[in-house]
Design a protein around this ligand. Structure first.
Ligand SMILES: CCCCC/C=C\CCC/C=C/CC(=O)SCCNC(=O)CCNC(=O)[C@H](O)C(C)(C)COP(=O)(O)OP(=O)(O)OC[C@H]1O[C@@H](n2cnc3c(N)ncnc32)[C@H](O)[C@@H]1OP(=O)(O)O
Length: 280
């Protein structure tokens, strides 16, 4: 939950500041299907800052504890599923906060990757980097047309850590994953379908959610404990490896982000994003 200062004029005519708690995710459970939809709501692009990551984590935990039959993750933004990590968190960062951001990204990934109920991503917009991470942590992906998805880290001059890549490797043949990662390739919706990075295309967010519901429905007659244990068997090695390396991974991330040449690169990248946005 993030807190925001709201400014308003009181009866005395003085401007007052009020702190309110604003949730950056919502969870809605459908009474008929029992499926929970987790929606990210941090405009404009669901940039994953500390507060959004904390809210995603708490929503996943809420779904874990409320006996939902499945989890669908999607976005409230009309064009973007998630633009990945909020780059502002990495630029001239406060060290403690930066450490917390990466730790929470790790937490979100392992909670979503490891949850026992069926998971699906209704990718209703672009999903680069950390956006792709969330989608590939799920068991099924449905995406709207004319968007991009992928791990573009090498394009930014950085490498994606192993755990971030492992979702990719669950889905793509090793040969395709290696080439895409070394190129920092962002797949269009059509390319993603062709390579198997997504499972289906839908013409709207609503249709994407419906297709995710249908996927989760395929487990209706499967024993949920047997299903969960089978999923766990497939994912346990990646999770074990991740837990071994997670502390070192935070240290590596911090030292990478703090390098002067990386800071310079992030500054230039941010400028480029802003210029592009201003031109539109
Ligand atoms: C960059 C170097 C990082 C170095 C870090 C070192 C180690 C990291 C280890 C590896 C981990 C990586 C995980 C990540 O997720 S890194 C984040 C990578 N994300 C991206 O490269 C995506 C950048 N964004 C885009 O490509 C596009 O915005 C889009 C998602 C395709 C959406 O396009 P569009 O709908 O046209 O929106 P705009 O481009 O106009 O953006 C609107 C608005 O949002 C700001 N913005 C966009 N993305 C981010 C972001 N990731 N973080 C913060 N802000 C972002 C953009 O600047 C615009 O802002 P203004 O309206 O204020 O100008």
């Amino acid at each position: 939950m993030s807190s925001r200062l709201l400014s308003f004029v009181g009866r005395t005519g003085r401007r007052r500041l009020m702190s309110t708690a604003i949730k950056l995710t919502t969870v809605e459970v459908n009474d008929k299907t029992g499926i929970a939809t987790l929606t990210m709501c941090r405009p404009p692009v669901n940039g994953q800052n500390l507060e959004l990551l904390l809210d995603i984590k708490s929503s996943i935990n809420e779904i874990k504890n409320n006996n939902s039959r499945g989890l669908i993750i999607t976005s409230a933004s009309p064009k973007v599923f998630s633009a990945g990590l909020d780059i502002l968190e990495m630029y001239k960062p406060d060290q403690q906060r930066l450490r917390a951001v990466w730790t929470e990204l790790q937490n979100v990934w392992c909670d979503l990757y490891g949850i026992s109920v069926p998971t699906a991503a209704a990718i209703n917009g672009h999903a680069p980097a950390g956006g792709c991470l969330l989608a590939t942590a799920c068991e099924y992906r449905v995406m709207v047309p004319n968007c991009i998805i992928g791990l573009n880290e090498t394009q930014l001059g950085i490498i994606a850590p192993k755990w971030l890549v492992s979702g990719y490797l669950n889905i793509l043949p090793k040969r395709v994953a290696e080439r895409a990662l070394t190129q920092g390739r962002l797949f269009t919706t059509d390319e993603a379908l062709q390579e198997g990075l997504i499972d289906e295309i839908a013409n709207s967010k609503e249709e994407a959610v419906d297709k995710c519901v249908a996927f989760i429905g395929t487990f209706a007659k499967v024993n949920p404990v047997a299903r969960a244990l089978t999923k766990q068997q497939f994912r346990a090695d990646n999770l074990r490896q991740f837990h071994k390396e997670r502390e070192q991974d935070v240290d590596d991330f911090l030292s990478l982000v703090n390098r002067p040449e990386v800071q310079k690169g992030i500054g230039i990248y941010l400028e480029g994003l802003k210029k592009k946005a201003n031109k539109q």
